[in-house]
Structure formats: C-alpha cells, structure tokens
Ligand binder design. Structure first.
Ligand SMILES: Cc1cc2nc3c(=O)[nH]c(=O)nc-3n(C[C@H](O)[C@H](O)[C@H](O)COP(=O)(O)OP(=O)(O)OC[C@H]3O[C@@H](n4cnc5c(N)ncnc54)[C@H](O)[C@@H]3O)c2cc1C
Length: 386
C-alpha cells in the first residue's frame, strides 16, 4: 500500500532535484526523496560555482543564457540575498592553443555569448599574476558570474516547502514498480505512489533508470578535483577574473579570501562519495604555477566531485522513450548549477504541457536536443556502471 499519492516524485535532492521539485510543486503535489541526511551532499556541494555563458556545448550555452534571468532577478522572497556576483572569466591560450580558443570563441558568440578578444597587456592588467610569455591569446567574458550555490540550493528547497512540497531525507529509493496509473516507489520508510517519477539522481541516474526498467543513457561520472590556497599577501584578488585555460587544463578563481584551482581532471569513476587524489592535487598546483607567478606552498581545502556526462555532453531532460511517466533530469556534467533554473523549467514544461516553455524554444532549444532518446547518446543495456 502506498503511504500517499503524489503527482510527481523527484529522486535526488541535489541542485537538479531541488530546482525540479520547486518548479513541479507549482503544478501539482510533489515529493522530493534524498538518500543522504542532507540535500546537496554530493556533486552540488562540491562545485566551483561559475556561471559562464561560453562554457560547454551549444545546448548547454543556450540553457545557461536562458536560465540566467531567473538567477539574476528571482521572484520576490525567493532568496535572502543576491545569488550571483560579478566574476569575469578570462580564457587564455598558449601559442599551441590559440586557434582552438578563437574557434571556441566564434562558436560561443554564434550562440549568443558576449565575449571579447583582448590584447595581452589588458590580460596582464586584469590578472597581474599571469606569467609573462605564457599566453599568446586572451578572451574575456565580462558578464560571467560567481554563484552562491548553497544559497541557491536553500532557496529552491525553501520555495518548494513554502509551496507545500514535501522533502524526505534518509530516503533511498530501493525499487520502482510501474502500476496502472504511475509508479510505486519503495524507500526504507515505506512506499509512495506517484503519477510521474523524475530521475534527478546525479551520478546514480543510470542506476535509478535500471530500477525503472529503462534503457541506460550511458551516463559516465568523472571525478574532478579542486583545491584552495592562500593568495600572496596584499594581493587584491577580489579584482581578479577567473582564469581558464583554453583546453580546460586548469582554472583559477578567487573564492572569498582564498584562491580556488582545479587541474580539470576527468577520471571515469563509478557513482560513489568520491575523494580527491594526491596526484591531481599536485597537478593543480603545477599547472597554476606554470601559468602564473603564484607559489603554492600550502594547500588549504581539497575535495573532489563527480561530473556526469552522456556521450554528447548535453543534459538529458525529458520522458523515457519506453517507460511512461518516467522522466530524466541527468547528465548535468560541469554545468548543473548554472543551468539549474532553465533545466527545471524545461522538465516541468515537458511533463505538464508536453513542450518546452516558449522562452526556451525562442532561445533555440528543442525537445530533441534534450531528449533521452536522441541519437547522439549511446544507449546500451550493458552500460550501467556497477
Ligand atoms: C569540482 C567541480 C566543479 C564544478 N563547477 C561547476 C560550476 O562552476 N558551475 C556549474 O554550473 N556546475 C559545476 N559543477 C557541476 C555541478 O556541480 C553539477 O552539474 C551538479 O551539482 C549536478 O547536480 P545533481 O543534482 O544532478 O547531482 P547531485 O548533487 O550529485 O545530486 C544527486 C542526488 O541524488 C541522490 N541520490 C542518488 N541515488 C539516490 C537514491 N537511490 N535515492 C535517493 N536519492 C538518491 C544523491 O544522494 C544526491 O544527493 C562542478 C562540479 C565539480 C565536481
């Protein structure tokens, strides 16, 4: 017997599940289930917190642009303080990377990103620690932003509860059974019935798909490492842009009173509570010291998280092709925070109205770009990671 019947049951309370639950509760009775004691414990709590319109594939860039307005001007009472803060991004290229930077810049401009090629003296003025002679080309995205990720997650969850939504933590989904009018969802505390189930389980999304009898979307979680360290004394790091290498070999970002760096590792991993690797920590330090005059003598925090991608590196948002009432919200890779609001609105539109919201269509997005059945995803019953 089900304890209650819901219109929508969302699995996973990271940024994807929290934003989806917030949108869906405005359209029907929604239950959000999270395995951990606290929401946001996995990838969401481990991000670098950028909003960069020139990041990712064209579908991701369109989602980021389309979702930016909500994060910049959320509805009254949504958040207690601004979610975004200015943090320009400076893309740099060594001589061997310069052509790739120009190509990527042209592609991102074509999707609507605001990017400017600047000369190296300007790049050095913006980022005084950039090592002379390292870069041969630089491009700036002046309107990139830092995201208050914890504040955004809290705001989605608070808004969800204020709308009447129910969150259960320590509620691991153990089984999913389709029934005449939707799904029966089994957790250790009992069963729940829902007309629609949303799979927002991050790195575990293919496992949840398997519980529902869906064909895997070929999701590959990949570990990414980050570290923080002290800036040089008296350095005005709040004026610095975020520095990203053209091939994403490393990035460096002011983070409060510290600097944050990553070697941009992408090591395939099974879904788990991933921890940082010493070699990647050392690589982060090495790449930052090669590109800048910074010296890393002491590393502060170090952590790792799983960024999960499907083959074409665009997110999967929409109905499962073969399991009625089962929807995917997965594959958010390294862009799940910046795309959270547009992805959640896309999902709610597809579930409730059967189409993307008009503003997302105007942004150049289509249901096919996001669908779980698209050709550019490798579907194979054998690709679920164990
Ligand atoms: C180092 C690093 C830097 C990043 N930088 C950025 C950035 O600058 N900007 C950006 O936009 N993105 C960034 N990302 C990516 C971003 O963090 C992710 O895309 C996003 O957090 C994914 O959110 P999610 O909700 O899908 O996954 P998660 O946050 O992992 O949430 C999934 C949830 O599902 C739960 N779950 C799983 N199985 C079950 C089950 N059976 N029952 C119940 N619950 C279950 C898990 O416990 C988890 O809480 C970065 C990621 C990393 C690791």
């Amino acid at each position: 017997m089900s304890r209650a019947d819901f219109d929508f049951i969302v699995i996973g309370a990271g940024i994807a599940g929290a934003s989806a639950a917030y949108e869906l509760q405005a359209r029907g009775r929604t239950l959000l289930l999270e395995r951990e004691p606290l929401p946001g414990h996995h990838t969401t709590g481990r991000s670098a917190a950028f909003l960069v319109e020139s990041y990712g594939c064209p579908t991701v860039q369109r989602l980021t642009r389309a979702g930016r307005g909500f994060l910049e001007n959320p509805p009254g009472g949504f958040a207690t303080h601004p979610i975004l803060e200015p943090r320009p991004v400076l893309w740099i290229a060594r001589p061997d990377q310069a052509n790739r930077l120009i190509d990527a810049t042209n592609q991102a401009i074509a999707t609507g990103a605001k990017l400017e090629r600047i000369d190296l003296s300007e790049a050095h003025a913006l980022c005084p620690v950039l090592r002379t002679g390292y870069a041969s080309a630089a491009v700036i995205e002046p309107d990139a932003r830092h995201i208050d990720v914890a504040g955004l997650l809290d705001a989605y969850l608070r808004g969800f509860r204020l709308r009447g939504g129910e969150l259960e933590t320590r509620a691991e989904v153990l089984a999913l059974h389709s029934r005449a009018s939707g799904w029966e969802v089994r957790t250790p505390a009992g069963n729940h019935g829902g007309a629609v189930v949303v799979n927002a389980a991050g790195a575990w999304a293919d496992r949840i798909g398997q519980l529902a009898g869906a064909t895997p979307i070929g999701l590959q979680p990949m570990r990414r490492t980050a570290i923080t360290f002290d800036p040089p004394p008296a350095a005005e790091i709040q004026r610095w842009p975020c520095l990203i290498d053209a091939d994403e070999d490393f990035y460096l970002k002011p983070e409060g009173t510290q600097l944050l760096a990553s070697p941009c590792d992408e090591t395939p991993f099974p879904p788990c509570d991933v921890t940082p690797d010493d070699l990647e920590v050392a690589l982060a330090a090495e790449r930052v010291m090669a590109a800048t005059t910074l010296e890393l003598r002491h590393i502060g925090r170090r952590w790792a998280g799983l960024r999960s991608f499907v083959a074409d590196r665009a997110p999967v948002i929409g109905a499962d092709p073969a399991r009625p009432g089962f929807f995917w919200l997965a594959g958010q890779g390294g862009f799940g925070i910046m795309t959270s609001s547009s992805a959640a609105r896309a999902l709610a539109g597809l579930i409730v109205d059967g189409q993307l919201p008009p503003d997302l269509q105007r942004a150049g997005l289509s249901r096919e770009d996001l669908s779980a059945g698209r050709r550019s995803i490798s579907h194979s019953a054998s690709t679920v990671l164990v």
